[in-house]
Design a protein around this ligand. Structure first.
Ligand code: ZN
Length: 396
């Protein structure tokens, strides 16, 4: 299948030898392929990890298939917090560990990002592999190693493990709430700014870059944008294109062993907002919903503030900025306007402004001034902040 071909080519480009990648199945009815996979690999003791919603969406069906085939299957239903959300924190991790017998051979994570993060963390600590069954095309982390956890109220991403197989059943993904599909599209739109920031980190910060990976990511982004109306309708083709792009983005991060192609200044704003919601013990927002809105803000900020940087006193960065600015500006000029980005999100039914997300302007202003501290990475956001004359205000 085409994902595997491109990924193997990338592995070759990177000189990664003997790469073992997850088996990837995408299509209508691929849940049925889980049983043969489990038998083939001689996984005898199975744990299904679900929550109330994902049990109904796919968990029950998988459980029935495995139990009827005589497999020893235990279903762990993770508990939601007072906001009716399952959170990847200490309590949920311990809940899954307590429910995991030592003889467990395989976990099956049935859900969206959070259930995957909890399962991949517990699996890596217990040395138990896991199978990924996404129930929504909502995020690009299914196939990567990063597990964002909330520990003592602070979010941190821990490198854990990737799945041995992914079964992305289009029938299930199509039935997911529209806001989740819109969030997946938001996480893809973020590539406009993450790819630009990756280029900036390479040219100005001297950080690692890979042209082929950048090109692959750009193609996935373009495929999703071109097919936005199909994604908005959540028809077979639209959902297939979206989940392909999300899976591929995760695999690119996995092979590169960093998240630069998929995460730039827009993700830093989103993380900043998420930490604020955590501090307030407020209901969490979908990752891709925040990231989509943050992308429009970062585009707006970069289009306004990056152009005149070479004319300023940028100290030690000066030479590299002047030498590379033209090629960086070409990428920026090719990014759609903030309005066009918001229109794309709107088509899929996602929130388009921080107001719709329920975030106040004061927090957004703080984030554009401070979020660059969250990662040790050279981005447009870092450069704008490093050489600003006064604090940035929001609305811009
Ligand atoms: Zn993301």
């Amino acid at each position: 299948m085409e994902i595997a071909d491109e990924i193997y080519q990338l592995a070759q480009e990177l000189g990664v030898k003997n790469v073992t990648l997850p088996k990837i199945e995408v299509g209508n009815g691929v849940l049925a392929a889980i049983l043969p996979f489990v038998l083939e690999n001689d996984y005898k003791h199975i744990i299904l990890v679900v929550d109330d919603n994902t049990y109904v969406a796919a968990g029950k069906q998988i459980e029935k298939m495995l139990v009827e085939a005589g497999m020893e299957t235990k279903t762990v239903l993770l508990k939601a917090n007072r906001h009716q959300q399952v959170i990847a924190d200490e309590a949920t991790i311990v809940e899954l560990l307590v429910e995991t017998p030592l003889e467990t051979d395989i976990y099956i994570a049935v859900g969206s990002g959070t259930i995957h993060d909890i399962t991949r963390f517990c699996g890596s600590k217990m040395n138990i592999p896991f199978i990924s069954v996404p129930t929504a095309a909502s995020v690009d982390g299914f196939t990567s190693k990063g597990s964002p956890l909330i520990l003592r109220g602070v979010k941190q991403t821990i490198q854990t493990t990737f799945p041995v197989a992914v079964f992305a059943d289009i029938t299930i993904l199509k039935a997911a709430p529209q806001e989740m599909t819109a969030a997946g599209f938001g996480d893809i739109l973020a590539k406009y700014t993450s790819l630009l920031d990756w280029k900036i980190s390479a040219c100005i910060g001297g950080e690692p870059y890979n042209r082929f990976a950048a090109e692959m990511t750009r193609k996935s982004l373009e495929a999703c944008v071109q097919n936005v109306s199909k994604i908005a309708k959540a028809d077979d083709e639209g959902v297939t294109i979206l989940i392909h792009s999300l899976i591929e983005s995760g695999l690119v991060m996995l092979l590169l062993d960093f998240s630069r192609p998929a995460s730039g200044g827009e993700h830093h704003l989103s993380h900043y907002w998420e930490m604020d919601l955590l501090k307030k013990d407020a209901k969490q927002l979908l990752h891709g919903a925040k990231v989509g809105v943050a992308t429009a803000i970062i585009v707006d900020l970069y289009k306004q503030k990056l152009k005149d940087l070479p004319a300023r006193d940028t100290g030690e960065y000066g030479g590299r900025i002047r030498g590379n600015w033209q090629s960086i500006m070409e990428i920026l000029d090719n990014i759609p306007s903030p309005k066009e980005i918001r229109n794309l999100i709107q088509k899929t039914g996602g929130p388009t402004t921080t107001e719709e997300l329920g975030l106040d302007d004061e927090l957004v202003a703080q984030s554009i001034n401070e979020a660059f501290h969250l990662r040790d990475r050279c981005t447009g956001l870092l450069l704008i902040n490093k050489f600003k004359e006064k604090d940035l205000t929001y609305p811009l």
